[in-house]
Design a protein around this ligand. Structure first.
Ligand SMILES: [Mg+2]
Length: 121
């Protein structure tokens, strides 16, 4: 079973999205702060991060930098209300595979998740 970690300070979104993704067969966990990501990745195998950009404490860009600084190769889809071209380009430069804007359309998100998980590397 493929494992997804949601990283978003919106706790309600985390619960809703976790339920939706579990219903279609993924193993899903979440953390509500960018600060907790590295620790969470040590505890369990994760195939894909769904990463919010705007979070207090440590934002999504900083999380992407942490992953790269620690040579952690993991697929990342950036999920953010800040759906602008610059954020998308900046996230891609920092290693994100794809970009979905909030409020998300679940079918669109699922297509993107499947596409990203199928890709090699
Ligand atoms: Mg946020």
């Amino acid at each position: 079973m493929e494992s997804i970690l949601i990283v978003d300070d919106d706790i309600n979104l985390c619960h809703v999205l976790k339920d939706e993704l579990e219903e279609v067969g993924y193993e899903v966990g979440f953390v509500n702060s960018g600060i907790d990501v590295l620790q969470a990745l040590k505890k369990r195998h994760v195939d894909l991060l769904l990463l919010d950009l705007k979070m207090p404490g440590k934002n999504g860009f900083e999380v992407l930098k942490d992953l790269s600084d620690n040579s952690i190769k993991i697929k990342v889809i950036v999920l953010t209300a800040y759906a602008d071209v610059k954020s998308a380009i900046d996230s891609a430069k920092l290693g994100a595979s794809d970009f979905i804007s909030k409020p998300y359309d679940f079918d669109e998100l699922l297509i993107t998740i499947r596409k990203v998980l199928q890709k090699d590397t």
